[in-house]
Write a protein that binds this ligand. Sequence first.
Ligand SMILES: *[C@@H]1O[C@H](CO)[C@@H](O)[C@H](O)[C@H]1NC(C)=O
Ligand SMILES: [Cu+2]
Length: 324
Amino acid sequence: MKLRHYWFIVCLIIAWIASEGSQEWNKDHSEPSLKECDERSLVLNTCEEQCECNNGKLTSCYRVRKEFTEMTIEERKRYINTYKLASVHPLFKKDYEKMVRFHLNVPDHLLHGTPTIFFPWHRWFLVEFENPLRRIDCRVTVPYWDWSKVAHHWWGESEIQDLWNSGDHGFGGNGNEANGFCVENGPFSKDKWRILDVSGGGCLKRNFTKSSFRDAEHVRKTLSLPLKDFFRFDQIVRNEYHDPTHARIGGTMMHPHSSLNAPEMPLHHSFLDKIWYQWQKKGDDYKYAYFKSVTFKLPGSEYYGWEWMDSNNLPGDVKVLYTD
Ligand SMILES: *[C@@H]1O[C@H](CO)[C@@H](O)[C@H](O)[C@H]1NC(C)=O
Ligand SMILES: [Cu+2]
């Protein structure tokens, strides 16, 4: 018996030395393979963040937000499935409900009626909303919907590219007037998905008003506004881009108390955030315009608006970029 124990311990020691040795060996051979990324080149990491190669390490990684209808079918399905999981699964639903409540608890006139918090509050919201989705699948970011590209036919549902397509890569179409404007097709149809009780419950509703949105030329002109016209810029985004989109989609998107529950809401606000991001890119004076003068915290958050001005360096070590 004793001898057997002795041999067992000897074997353990040999195994330990061998494993140490092989770890060393692995270390020696894995380092050069990391250095294979070209210095300063842009590389996607396993979470599909865009990183820079620095001394063989991936640093400065950005979440990449893309235009929904330009994403591959696979990416679109991934986003929708993750969103659905986040909004119904017991493990994640609490985070989702928290987000819906955030919106409920901020007076609408403060959030949308003045420049005071509109841009930074929604930028903060997008990251808060995106984080739980990324805990489910770290490749997921909140896409944006560029309605200006389809301004005169934004309500289309039949093309594979349409946001409102009824396939499992789309958001489903207009509501059915004969049935209280409930959406009856796609992944969010009334038999598959429900609005949270805190914001009214029931089916997702839409009641499209089929008139044009502002077009790409309009957005281009808005982006070309000079620094001194910040308030004009802000006003156009809120009054001519933000409000009409909620109103023309109608139904759940129409009312401040329910709109955060509409699956299309983050995509709409992601586009408005991109417009601010593009305007800010024109220079540091554009990037840091106005919000330093707002001295109270964003309602529902621990942050000041000015902490959300630089998408290269957001609170929580978050970096965001938008592709065109
Ligand atoms: C639905 O949309 C139509 C057309 O815009 C509008 O006239 C009507 O009032 C809306 N109905 C509801 C219940 O929102
Ligand atoms: Cu909104």
